[in-house]
Design a protein around this ligand. Structure first.
Ligand code: PLP
Length: 333
């Protein structure tokens, strides 16, 4: 038996989700004809409190459409040094959007110092790129961004004429973990990207939400990037199913993450960061870390990391898997 804690992207669609996909009414979404895609877009806009939303193949494309919709060629966006849009999306903003990233240092909780944000906004001077956008990410490494920080950072950006984008790949994890509605977490941002293919358990799909004008621009950019899908209703049906059935249950994943953290606490040479949602980070002293991912794999537990292991709970791991994972971890570490 293998227990796969590498990511919450490894989930497979459940039988009920597959049934919803098979039953989906579809049409050619490039013509705007897919009723299931249209229903999903309306639902996402309503859930996130925005005027409009657009179905996207992936979170990467959704973030890139957002950046390109906010920024023109030669503009700049402010972003965390370790943020997904900057570090883990193959440099798409620069390569495909000609947008200059201005990465800023982040504290352990994902926040950037407000003074650093302020100082990075370039003056109106021909030497500089035009700073156009601030991008944040929630959850950040499984942690909910501090609400006071989100308010302060977005207010600072808006006050200086910048737009704001949220990479909310795991926004529903943040909502469930904090007990604050997704629309409330989305409110300070001009645009928000969410993913259905992570904790929500769909096989593919993301969505971008914002104003009607913003989404109209993103729609053209999505086409340009090759993201105009045809009978995408089969995927939108999975996303709708996930919104109906897989949001509240994220609390189970969070409880499993806490269970893992509690079970590992106190092991010598092992430091566990208390999880807020579904991601557990485990720091190992170097003596224990050598080959640990391979040793865990040999015992049937898949995870990622080097000195810091990353264990992600999700729809396809139950309480018994967590107990078994703990036994393997304790014996191996
Ligand atoms: C925070 C964050 N943003 C964006 C993405 C990109 O999503 P996708 O893999 O669908 O392109 C991911 C994927 O892991 C992510 O973790």
């Amino acid at each position: 038996m293998t227990i796969d804690l590498r990511s919450d992207t490894v989930t497979r669609p459940t039988a009920a989700m597959r049934a919803a996909m098979a039953a989906a009414e579809v049409g050619d979404d490039v013509f705007g004809d897919d009723p299931t895609v249209n229903a999903l877009q309306a639902r996402v806009a309503a859930e996130l409190g925005k005027e409009a939303a657009l179905f996207m193949p992936t979170g990467t494309q959704s973030n890139l459409c957002a950046l390109m919709s906010h920024c023109q060629r030669g503009d700049e966006y402010l972003v965390g040094q370790m943020a997904h849009t900057y570090r883990w999306e193959a440099g798409g903003a620069a390569v495909l959007g000609s947008i200059q990233p201005q990465p800023l240092a982040q504290a352990a909780d994902g926040t950037m110092a407000l003074a650093d944000i302020e100082a990075a906004i370039k003056p109106d001077d021909a030497h500089f790129a035009v700073t156009r956008l601030l991008a944040l990410e929630n959850t950040w490494g499984g942690q909910v961004l501090p609400p006071a920080y989100v308010q302060a950072a977005t207010a600072l950006a808006h006050g200086r004429g910048l737009a704001t984008h949220l990479d909310g790949a795991r926004l529903f994890n943040a909502a469930v973990a904090s007990g604050v509605a997704a629309a409330e977490l989305a409110r300070p941002f001009d645009s928000v990207s969410i993913c259905f293919s992570k904790g929500l358990g769909a096989p593919a799909g993301s969505a971008l939400a914002g104003s009607r004008d913003f989404i109209a621009r993103a729609h053209r950019i999505r086409k340009m990037l090759g993201g105009g899908l045809r009978q995408a209703g089969v995927l939108a049906a999975a996303a709708l199913y996930a919104l109906d059935h897989h949001v509240e249950r994220l609390a189970e994943d969070h409880a499993h993450a806490r269970r893992l953290a509690e079970g590992l606490a106190g092991l010598p040479g092992v430091t566990v960061l208390p999880p807020q949602s579904n991601i557990v980070f485990v720091d190992l002293d170097p003596a224990r870390a050598a080959g640990v991912v391979e040793r865990l794999r040999a015992r049937g537990l898949l995870c990622t990391g080097l000195y810091r292991l990353r264990l992600v709970t999700h729809l396809d791991v139950g309480a018994a898997d967590i107990a078994a994972a703990l036994t393997i971890l304790r014996e191996t570490l």
